[in-house]
Write a protein that binds this ligand. Structure first.
Ligand SMILES: Cc1cc2nc3c(=O)[nH]c(=O)nc-3n(C[C@H](O)[C@H](O)[C@H](O)COP(=O)(O)OP(=O)(O)OC[C@H]3O[C@@H](n4cnc5c(N)ncnc54)[C@H](O)[C@@H]3O)c2cc1C
Length: 563
């Protein structure tokens, strides 16, 4: 187990390293040249140097056995430095995940041991030209090679597309179809028949190497089949989604904050109409504060999910990983885009970095499952819970939040409860009118679920802070008072979104008759949700003051009143 002290030391050495070896001008130059700094990636992976990958490898194989929570914090920090370099390091964790979770003990010892001791780079080869979101459509084949009736090896043929580290990895995990289904194989670079294309010319993460792979009758021994049993590949990929999506969620979070942390100081110095932009409410309350609330809601959900994975939660928390990834990457992307706006014309140039961050963070909404696939994953799972509990799943969550609100009025739990009740009503109406036959409605429900669950999570986090029980490693940028204000701001957004968007799509699919309309609006709690917006401007003023260190200058801090 990694202690808080060790973790903080690792985070600090990452920051110090970046300051020295990856200053802004170098990042801009590498981005302009579209160049992956391979020697820096190798230095960061070298166990005798930075050895970042040691954090991810279990102790029994020579690593430090970092928890999911540790990994989230490291990923956030890496993303704050550069998302391209972070992706390159992430490719090794991703590439070795089928081994960590699905390999035989001998395979784990050999390959995880080599990552820990030698710092070798991996690539994860799942996507194909015609198999992206739908991995089941993969065409790469692994034909058995038999001798005396025994399988001694496989011949792999096919193509892989968009593979991070594709041109620089030492070892590749390749998903290919055996006679009984998809399976992972471990393939060394440079073996006969195995080639990679030139690096892709990309919109962002230009410091990462992305390349297509071609496999033409590539022979591997039978011991390169991960787990030694054919047909387990998709299952092994599924097993790690909770964990890997938390990592990409942390990328969205880190990149979003990296952009805001450039916009915030900029706005204190930029004078327009006689005063700094930071003092203009129309600026801060559009371009800064809402993004902070969304990012912190995503952080809260990431932390809860990471803690549950570390506590050995049943199942692989795929849906929770999807909610964390969806919220954090959408929030990170929106925050980076708002940061360009916040810097005006300067934001649109390379020199000020926010446009690079914006191009970089865009990928997090695409890789490791697109946002639309996340919406589908979330919606399908929570729809089953809605049916199984006869419509009570989100009403139950709302009741728990109402109980929390009684204990901690003002953390946003009461408003989050309004969102959860409204979601239960929208889902029930969708069930009665059979609206999930419309794919768009199903996916919109995924979005509303994510907002509702993140609102509940942020309120719980604020309550834990009040009680002094938040995980000691958790990010402590905001104190309990600010966390509560953020909880209220985000819960208001979630409740309004669920009620109004829910109403919109139910009506849009003709799911409610004119005669039923008033009753449906009442069931959604529209009136209470509109009333709960009271206090929003005061809370946003308060968060702006916290962000700009103006809190001490105010005469009074808003009381922790719920709506
Ligand atoms: C820079 C980069 C690095 C990458 N690194 C790796 C890597 O290391 N290893 C690896 O294996 N892969 C990698 N990928 C691939 C990545 O995971 C895929 O691009 C991603 O899963 C989407 O697949 P696709 O590109 O084929 O898009 P598609 O699946 O064709 O999707 C196109 C659009 O359609 C939507 N869509 C798809 N299916 C549905 C549906 N059923 N209903 C509604 N909408 C749908 C998607 O949300 C998306 O908006 C990388 C990609 C990039 C760009």
């Amino acid at each position: 187990m990694i202690t808080k002290k060790t973790l903080n030391l690792s985070l600090k050495s990452l920051r110090d390293f970046a300051k020295k070896r990856l200053p802004d001008q170098d990042l801009i130059d590498l981005d302009n040249r579209d160049e992956c700094p391979v020697e820096i990636v190798r230095y960061m992976s070298n166990p005798d140097k930075l050895g970042i990958q040691l954090l991810f490898i279990p102790e029994e194989y020579g690593g430090m056995g970092g928890s999911t929570f540790d990994v989230y914090l490291i990923c956030e920090q890496m993303a704050r430095i550069d998302l391209g370099v972070a992706t390159s390091l992430f490719a090794t964790f991703l590439g070795s995940d089928p081994i960590t979770f699905g390999a035989t003990p001998e395979q784990k010892k050999k390959w995880l041991g080599r990552i820990a001791e030698e710092g070798i780079l991996f690539a994860y080869g799942a996507t194909e030209p015609d198999a992206g979101s739908d991995l089941g459509a993969l065409k790469t084949t692994a034909d058995r090679v038999e001798k005396d009736g025994k399988i001694v090896g496989y011949k792999i043929s096919g193509s892989k597309q968009w593979i991070s580290n594709g041109g620089i990895a030492d070892v590749y995990t390749i998903l290919a179809n055996t006679p009984v289904g998809p399976s992972w194989f471990i393939v060394d670079k440079g073996v006969p028949g195995f080639t990679h294309d030139k690096p892709e010319d990309k919109h962002g993460i230009r410091l990462s190497n992305t390349a297509a792979l071609a496999l033409d009758n590539v022979y591997v021994d039978a011991d390169r089949l991960v787990g030694g049993v054919e047909g387990q590949g998709l299952l092994q990929a599924q097993m790690v989604f909770g964990y890997t999506r938390v990592m990409v969620a942390a990328f969205g979070l880190g990149a979003g904050w990296a952009a805001l942390d450039r916009a915030i100081p900029y706005s204190t110095k930029r004078i327009q109409a006689g005063s700094p932009l930071s003092e203009k409410q129309g600026y801060t309350h559009k371009l800064i504060v809402p993004h902070v609330a969304r990012l912190e809601a995503a952080r809260s959900y990431i932390e809860e999910t990471a803690q549950r994975i570390d506590a050995g939660a049943e199942g692989s928390l795929n849906t929770e990983g999807a909610i964390a990834k969806y919220m954090a990457t959408e929030a990170g992307d929106a925050a980076a885009d708002a940061s360009i706006q916040a810097l005006g014309g300067y934001g649109y140039t390379h020199e000020y970095m926010v446009e690079k961050i914006s191009r970089d963070v865009r990928i997090t909404r695409i890789y490791e499952g697109t946002s639309e696939i996340m919406e589908m994953t979330i919606s399908r799972d929570r729809w089953q819970l809605h049916l199984k509990t006869r419509g009570q799943h989100y009403h139950d969550q709302a009741r728990e939040l109402e109980a929390l609100d009684l204990q901690h009025p003002g953390v946003g739990a009461g408003i989050a409860a309004l969102a959860a009740h409204a979601l239960a009503e929208v889902m029930e109406k969708a069930r009665a009118a059979r609206l999930t036959r419309y794919q768009h409605i199903l996916l919109r429900l995924g979005e509303l679920v994510a907002y509702t669950e993140c609102a509940g999570s942020l309120a719980r986090r604020a309550a834990l802070m009040v009680e002094g029980k938040l995980n000691e490693k958790a990010n402590d940028r905001f104190d309990a008072t600010a966390a509560a204000a953020l909880g209220r701001i985000f819960a208001r957004d979630a409740a309004l979104r669920v009620a109004e968007e829910g109403l919109r799509w139910v009506c849009g699919a003709s799911g409610v008759s004119d005669a039923d309309m008033a009753a449906f609006e009442a069931a959604l709690g529209l009136h209470a949700i509109h009333r709960a917006q009271a206090g929003l401007i005061a809370d946003m003023d308060y968060i702006a003051d916290v962000l700009y260190s103006r809190v001490a200058k105010r005469e009074e801090v808003p009381a922790l009143v719920g709506a």
